[in-house]
Design a protein around this ligand. Structure first.
Ligand code: BG6
Length: 486
């Protein structure tokens, strides 16, 4: 289990994230013996609960959100005993002495404040914690994404937080970094000698990174309509994936070394500004549609969404990395909601063979392709050319498939389990550093500004489809296509 006892304070304790992700993850940590016996969980929110009514609420959600069969009474009882609830408005400084009182002396315990609240509250909450004397060297603050809504607002939050604690105490979550399959990307690249010699512009034609969701905005309309797919997904999750695909090998697997390498990639992204915004990016918004004969509503009919909303629920773009390794290799990024399939994957498309030896069948030589599936399945497949049986030399594409769930028949940890344990242990390797956030916004801001300046609305796409056609034509212009409809 974790080496140190910890007081974990979840601010936003009745929210969606706490109920769907954080508490189920903590339940698993408890069940599998990964929490220190003296660790406690204190949930805060404005709602009127006492600890026992709050525990009942948690029980309902946790039992729903863990895998069937993983919820057992004995683990639940032991878990519930660690949980307390305090009704408190984190926007009010005067309420914090009550929190200090509830926590008592730290006595060498680690204190984690998890801000699972609206980002508008981050800076003030950290200041209130500081003023109440709740921040010492053993304190860590966890911030959810998106941090701010632009480079400027993110910097303001970061500055105010830096005034009350050290950068090493700030853990900015991007839960994609905690996903087993995403870490496997690092294992694949840096644990095998096979790929590295080919992992560069001499051999790679282009890269595709797709995070496609079937869900719409669900109950999060109020947040999402302000954010949109660019701020909600691309600025963080997709750019982090891009960094892991593109970065140089760090000298060791430690927080500073890994983050230095990611930062270099973010800084090498070629800016997309002015006219290029219309040319290199596509934004879309779902209209009504259907999936498996179920009618799906248009985005602007969703709860808490403005009827005239111009918020994008889909983005596709063509990025380039201006460095020695990647010069000339397009990275196509795409993410959206209410699409035909839930699928996240990374496709590495290699260049064709330099000379066609077996051209007799008249077809263009196929490309080798490495597909790293992140969701819903974790699998890796490599497409190779092989001789089709029979007379003559007709080549055919075949796949070498690795299914990771079958290769390792073990429960996959949820991203939040690992990340929460890393916070308690003080390991920031899988968290975003302040300069990474700033660099990501520096690249994203001009694109959002370009959209705002052009007075064009997002391209409509039918809910349940593959997104707007413009996303296909973006690639077609460069002789490529999205490689997921085979
Ligand atoms: C969150 C976004 O960060 O990631 C959501 O705010 C999105 O809009 C979610 O649905 C996707 O995460 P996952 O782990 O389901 O791919």
């Amino acid at each position: 289990h974790a080496r140190l006892p910890c007081d974990l304070v979840v601010m936003g304790g009745t929210g969606d994230l706490a109920m769907r992700k954080l508490l189920p993850a903590l339940y698993y940590l408890q069940r599998d013996g990964n929490l220190h016996p003296q660790s406690r969980i204190l949930a805060l929110a404005r709602a009127r609960h006492d600890s026992s009514s709050y525990r009942r609420l948690v029980q309902r959600h946790v039992s729903q959100h863990v895998a069937p069969g993983d919820f057992d009474q004995a683990s639940w009882q032991a878990f519930a005993e660690r949980i307390d609830y305090l009704s408190l408005d984190v926007s009010q400084r005067v309420e914090f002495p009550r929190l200090a009182n509830a926590l008592g002396q730290a006595d060498g315990r680690v204190r984690v404040f998890y801000l699972a609240t609206l980002p508008e509250l981050f800076a003030a909450t950290a200041e209130h914690l500081g003023a109440a004397g709740l921040i010492d060297a053993q304190t860590r603050i966890v911030l959810e994404k998106p941090l701010g809504s632009s480079g400027q607002s993110a910097e303001r939050i970061n500055q105010r937080i830096a005034a009350v604690c050290d950068e090493s105490q700030v853990f900015r979550i991007d839960h994609y970094l905690g996903k087993e399959a995403v870490q496997n990307l690092l294992a694949l690249r840096f644990g095998n000698a096979l790929f590295e010699p080919l992992w560069r512009n001499a051999h790679i034609e282009h890269v595709q990174i797709s995070v496609l969701e079937t869900v719409g905005v669900e109950n999060r309309g109020a947040y999402y309509d302000q954010a949109g797919a660019m701020r909600d997904m691309l600025q963080n999750h997709l750019l982090q994936l891009l960094c892991l695909v593109a970065m140089e090998a760090p000298v060791h697997f430690g927080a500073e070394a890994v983050r230095n390498e990611k930062l270099k990639i973010l800084e090498a992204l070629r800016p997309i500004t002015g006219m290029d915004v219309q040319d290199q990016t596509v934004r879309g918004q779902y209209a009504d549609g259907e999936r498996a004969s179920e009618r799906l509503p248009a985005y602007y009919f969703e709860k808490s969404v403005d009827h005239d909303s111009n918020t994008e629920t889909f983005v596709a773009l063509r990025a380039e990395i201006d460095n020695w390794r990647w010069s000339g290799v397009p990275f196509y990024l795409r993410t959206g909601k209410a699409l035909a399939h839930r699928k996240s994957e990374i496709v590495i498309q290699f260049k064709p063979v330099p000379h066609r030896l077996f051209a007799s069948d008249g077809r263009a030589p196929a490309h080798n392709r490495l597909v790293i599936g992140l969701q819903p399945q974790e699998d890796i497949s490599l497409s190779l050319m092989a001789k089709a049986p029979g007379r003559g030399m007709a080549l055919q594409e075949v796949e070498l498939d690795l299914n990771l769930a079958e290769a390792f028949r073990r429960r996959r940890w949820d991203a939040y389990e690992r990340l929460l344990l890393d916070v308690i242990e003080g390991d920031a390797t899988l968290f975003m550093r302040r300069d990474e956030i700033a660099a990501a916004w520096r690249w994203v801001d001009p694109i959002i500004r370009g959209w705002q300046d052009c007075y064009r609305s997002p391209k409509r796409y039918a809910a349940g489809s593959w997104g707007p056609e413009a996303a296909d034509s973006l690639l077609e212009r460069y002789g490529h296509d999205w490689l997921d409809r085979r």
